[in-house]
Design a protein. Structure first.
Length: 195
C-alpha cells in the first residue's frame, strides 16, 4: 500500500474522489496528507471529515517558494509519501519539491493538453469554440501543465451546452478517471525510484 499526498487549493471534489477510492479499496493506497495553500478552501473540511492530516500554508508568510516547499517536503517525509496528486492546486511546483519527488507528482487538468494550459482551461477552450473537450492526467515538471501525458479522455460538445454544463461533464470524468489512473499507476506502471 502506497502513501498518497493530495495538494489542493479549492473545494476538493477530486480530493474526495481519491480518498473514497482508497477507502473502498479501488486504490491500493492511503491518503496520508493534504496540502493546501488557502486556509478557507473547502478541501480543508473534507480532509477533517476523512481524518486526513493537513498542512495549510499561506505563501505570503514565507520569503520564497523554496522556504515553504522545504516545509512541505519535511511534511511529506514525515508521512513517508510515495505519490503526490495535485487536485486543483493552483501553484507551480518549484525546484525544492521537484528535486525530491520528480516522477512521483501527477496532476489532473480539465482540458486536452497541450492545448488550453493554465487556470482557466475549461473557459478558454469554451471561448475558443472547440468541439471536443476533455481531461488530461500528466506528470508534473517545472512548467505549467507541460509534463508527460499519462492519460486523456475526451467528449464531443453538444450544440447549445453552456460552459457550466461542459464543466459538470468534465468534473464527472475527472472523478472517475483520477482514481482509475492512480490505481493503475500504483498497481502496474509505477516505477518507484530509490532515494
Amino acid at each position: 500500500m502506497k502513501n498518497i499526498a493530495i495538494f489542493a487549493s479549492g473545494s476538493g471534489t477530486n480530493f474526495e474522489a481519491l480518498v473514497q477510492a482508497c477507502e473502498n479499496g479501488q486504490i491500493d493506497g492511503k491518503v496520508v496528507l493534504m496540502v493546501c495553500d488557502k486556509k478557507n478552501a473547502y478541501v480543508n473540511e473534507r480532509a477533517k471529515n476523512h481524518n486526513v492530516p493537513s498542512f495549510v500554508f499561506r505563501s505570503k508568510d514565507y520569503a520564497s517558494k523554496e522556504e515553504y516547499e522545504e516545509l512541505i517536503v519535511e511534511k511529506l517525509e514525515e508521512y513517508n509519501v510515495d505519490l503526490i496528486c495535485l487536485a486543483g492546486y493552483m501553484r507551480l511546483c518549484g525546484y525544492v519539491l521537484l528535486k525530491k519527488y520528480e516522477g512521483r507528482i501527477i496532476n489532473i487538468h480539465p482540458a486536452l493538453l497541450p492545448s488550453f494550459k493554465g487556470a482557466h482551461g475549461i473557459l478558454d477552450a469554451f471561448n475558443y469554440g472547440v468541439k471536443v473537450f476533455g481531461v488530461t492526467i500528466h506528470y508534473v515538471d517545472s512548467g505549467m501543465d507541460s509534463g508527460k501525458i499519462i492519460e486523456q479522455r475526451a467528449f464531443h460538445y453538444t450544440e447549445g451546452e453552456t460552459v457550466e454544463e461542459v464543466e459538470a461533464r468534465i468534473h464527472e470524468i475527472e472523478h472517475e478517471m483520477y482514481p482509475e489512473v492512480v490505481a493503475k499507476l500504483i498497481k502496474e506502471i509505477w516505477k518507484w525510484k530509490e532515494h
